[in-house]
Write a protein that binds this ligand. Structure first.
Ligand code: BTN
Length: 250
């Protein structure tokens, strides 16, 4: 099956009943074949799903969306790589809000998506570089759609929040169309537009909240650097954090 009304995203969709990790499958495809930008690798049953920071990602087979998209953002400088995370999280956010118009989805830096206080989606962006530029990117997305019970009570799904189930294919198509839309904005170098949209969805942005680094402190997120570093301003001044260096205490 292909996505009919897109420009390039989803023109090739590879469905696998089961696989270890769609990110790994997509990466192998990039290594072994002439890469088609926009190719999608999707599975019903991912047995070794990878999360950020070496975590794992688990989802009940057949109930959720588990897929990876291959992009070749050769126009993008390596020091702007975080824009790919922004593109992916905005796409997921928009799709969630399209299917649940009465709820607001929020992005937890760098790119976890939350709905009514529960994590509803995880994104794993893996970049490859050539010199100072990107050569290829695998955007892996796990979106909880119809799963109703979770091992951890910090997780949720579209169906759990809405009280009714959704068609996986419909949700996938919406997500791919949104991903293409935001990726084309990036290609057109609409950096400020993307940043503003991201800040508009960012949990804790411009609000005083508690964080934990080497010590607990209060501060507000003022910006995220193009490379992905999080900037939090406190009474003591500006703090700059890499992915593993800060925890949200709210
Ligand atoms: C996270 O929350 O830490 C990120 C989770 C990313 C999960 C998706 S599911 C599809 C793709 N394949 C993987 O192995 N991981 C990503």
């Amino acid at each position: 099956k292909i996505l009919a009304n897109s420009l390039f995203l989803g023109k090739q969709i590879v469905y696998m009943p089961t696989c270890h990790s769609t990110n790994d499958t997509a990466r192998e495809h990039v290594r072994n074949t002439a890469t088609i930008e926009g190719a999608v690798f999707i599975t019903d049953d991912q047995t070794q799903g990878k999360g950020q920071r070496g975590n794992s990602w688990e989802a009940k087979p057949g109930e959720n969306l588990t897929f990876s998209v291959v992009l070749t953002p050769t126009f993008l400088k390596a020091d702007k790589q975080f824009f790919l995370n922004i593109v992916a999280s905005l796409a997921v956010n928009d799709t969630i809000e399209a299917f649940l118009p009465n709820d607001q989805a929020l992005v937890k830096w760098p790119n976890d998506v939350y709905l009514n206080g529960g994590k509803v989606a995880g994104i794993l962006v893996e970049n490859a570089f050539q010199g100072s530029r990107l050569s290829s990117t695998v955007v892996g997305i796990g979106l909880n759609v119809n799963q109703l019970s979770f091992k951890v009570n910090t997780a949720t799904s579209l169906a759990k929040e809405a009280g009714s189930a959704f068609g996986l294919e419909e949700v996938l198509h919406s997500l791919l169309m949104n991903l293409e839309k935001y990726y084309l904005q990036l290609k057109r170098e609409q950096y400020d537009l993307l940043k503003e949209a991201y800040y508009g969805k960012l949990l804790g942005y411009a609000q005083t909240r508690k964080y934990l680094a080497e010590y607990e402190f209060e501060g507000k997120i003022t910006r995220v650097e193009d490379s992905g570093y999080l900037i939090i301003e406190s009474k003591q001044g500006e703090h700059r954090f890499d992915f593993k260096e800060v925890q949200f205490l709210f």
